[in-house]
Design a protein around this ligand. Structure first.
Ligand SMILES: [Zn+2]
Length: 287
């Protein structure tokens, strides 16, 4: 059979069968052809319009080679340093000697980002208060220590007639349960969010023990007040028996912003008030 294009098919209708049939057949043929034609015109018209539209919208001018798109960034590798945190940007060399450390990757929950080694606090007069040994803590906690030392501790120590030389870091980052009890809830030390301090050393060489009842009571009272205002947890003598010879400070987050300030400022001879050490928890009772 001969192939026909729609245009060619507009030819003579098939041979007449009868006078009526001819008319009917002619009509059907015409309708079919018209439909095909309309469809074709619509298609052609659409294509033409599309083409015309494409012609109307100018193509963007080719970009000059010198402002060519930058190379896509290489795949982020583990070694690539993350951008500095807001804390890191605030904790300037003017405030502290606190180099950044890689993230701490301890077992379980003891994984901490944005860590620094707090070596010294810089004061406004450019002298330094050393942290001995340097404390490995998260940046936000280091920042709190820095402002506490600069704004609170130094003025309070001055009231003793001395200049603060260093603060004693008894414990900082340490992946362990609270009060070193295995199986207890993770201590804030495990989150690099706590510091235990035993004493301050003055420029004269004098060591001031924070929990020593023989140290000026007014000094210890003022220190306790400012410390509890700054940290969400402060544990000292009289808290739980584990903090008789040092003061623990941390920035634990609690429901409702609840704070814990448990530090009895004792007088000489107050030993009776001391809380006996609780019995160690049996390992089997650990959750
Ligand atoms: Zn502690």
């Amino acid at each position: 059979m001969e192939k026909r294009t729609p245009f060619e098919s507009v030819g003579p209708v098939p041979a007449p069968i009868g006078p009526y049939n001819v008319a009917i057949l002619a009509d059907i043929g015409t309708v079919k052809l018209l439909s095909a034609l309309l469809a074709l015109i619509a298609l052609f018209g659409f294509a033409t319009c599309g083409f015309a539209a494409a012609k109307v919208i100018p193509l963007p001018r080719p970009r000059p080679a010198d402002i060519a798109r930058p190379e896509p960034p290489a795949e982020a590798s583990a070694e690539e340093p993350a951008p500095p945190s807001a804390c890191r940007l605030r904790l300037t060399a003017e405030l502290a000697v606190a180099p950044s450390l890689p993230a701490l990757v301890g077992p379980g929950e003891c994984v901490v980002d944005d860590v620094v080694r707090l070596e010294a606090v810089r004061l406004a007069d450019r002298t330094q208060v050393a942290v001995t040994p340097p404390a490995v803590v998260r940046c936000s906690f280091a920042e709190a220590i820095v402002h506490w030392v600069r704004e609170d501790v130094v003025p309070v120590v001055r009231s003793l007639g001395g200049a603060l030389k260093s603060i004693d870091n008894y414990a900082a980052y340490d992946c362990r349960g609270r009060n070193r009890i295995i199986g207890a809830r993770l201590s804030e030390h495990g989150k690099a969010n706590a510091l235990d301090i035993r004493s301050f050393k003055l420029a004269s060489g004098t060591v001031v023990e924070l929990t020593d009842p023989n140290v000026a009571k007014d000094f210890r009272e003022r220190l306790r007040k400012t410390t509890c205002a700054r940290f969400s947890t402060v544990l000292g003598p009289g808290s739980d028996g584990y903090h008789e010879n040092h003061v623990h400070v941390d920035l634990a987050e609690r429901a409702g912003g609840h704070r814990m300030c448990q530090w009895e400022v004792r007088e000489p001879g107050d030993e009776a008030a001391q809380v006996p050490l609780p019995r160690p928890r049996p390992a089997s009772a650990a959750p």
